[in-house]
Design a protein around this ligand. Structure first.
Ligand code: WA2
Length: 281
């Protein structure tokens, strides 16, 4: 291979990879902004009105008809902050018990059969899902603080006031790795310089979106021509010594590798796109 054709080939790979990384990042950013707007909608019309202007029917219809605004998401849901002292009254009003995400038998959780889910054990506070897009209706009544990744997200979202992302983990009822994006919903107008303590206190709930990464990245790449040309892998590289593969398979070494950076807006997480040609020159 001549030096010139090597350089041309390398340049092609760089351009294709950067273009795909930018598309994925832009689409993620668009949906993140819309999820943020949903959190403000819930704050204004559920917590800001008495009686509330939002119920499951309104939330379900609104989120379904605006789903096109949130590319790459598989569904959105709203979980309420319930202190233990309010649990009895909350469960009586909703006519269901707050459920625990993790059971002894993981297969039952994955299937998300409501009757098989145990009630949430006693805790200081809970985050049961009260509204959901139809696509994730299986998480209604589940305490999102009873799952490690969801819990970490809730704690970080409400203390920071920013959109936060989980590490990749297996989403309920799906066989795919995914991530969850969370925005806290606050009851009062917080000053811009509010302390984490003020934020934690003012939090009333958590608006979250789930991203089924393999199927959604596949859909995105499919829209592009020359899908046959390169392998694309997406990694969570937050822990640089053990990157987590989020998308892609069958790594074949064909020489050139290009790594494009991905910024999903959460400074605590790092992501990369790795691209390789499928065929040797
Ligand atoms: N949404 C969908 N599937 C899931 C999931 C989730 N969390 N967790 C595990 N599988 C209501 O941050 C609040 C959504 C959590 C929001």
């Amino acid at each position: 291979l001549s030096r010139q054709s090597f350089l041309t080939r390398q340049e092609t790979l760089v351009n294709m990879c950067d273009e795909r990384a930018r598309m994925l990042q832009d689409q993620f950013n668009v949906s993140m902004n819309h999820v943020h707007a949903l959190a403000i909608l819930v704050s204004t019309f559920h917590h800001g009105k008495d009686p509330s202007k939002i119920d499951q029917k309104t939330f379900g219809e609104y989120t379904e008809t605006t789903a096109f605004e949130r590319p790459l998401t598989s569904g959105v849901a709203y979980a309420l902050k319930v202190p233990h002292s309010d649990r009895k009254l909350f469960e009586k009003q909703h006519r269901w018990t707050i459920k625990k995400m993790e059971t002894q038998d993981q297969t039952l959780v994955q299937d998300c059969i409501p009757e098989k889910l145990d009630p949430a054990p006693i805790s200081d506070e809970y985050a049961p899902v009260i509204f959901s897009q139809e696509t994730v209706s299986h998480i209604v009544s589940i305490d999102m603080m009873s799952g490690k990744e969801d819990r970490d997200n809730i704690l970080r979202a409400r203390a920071s006031g920013k959109g936060v992302l989980t590490s990749p983990f297996k989403l309920l009822k799906s066989n795919h790795l995914g991530v969850v994006l969370t925005f806290a919903v606050y009851n009062t107008e917080l000053p811009l310089d509010a302390t984490p303590e003020q934020r934690i206190e003012a939090a009333v709930g958590y608006l979250g979106a789930s991203y089924d990464v393999p199927s959604l990245v596949e859909k995105l790449l499919h829209q592009l021509a020359s899908k046959e040309t390169i392998f694309v892998h997406v990694y969570d590289t937050t822990n640089s010594s053990s990157p987590i593969l989020m998308y892609g398979s069958d790594v074949i070494d064909t020489g050139l590798l290009h790594v494009s950076n991905l910024d999903f807006g959460d400074p605590l997480r790092r992501h990369e796109m790795h691209c390789r040609f499928k065929h040797k020159p």
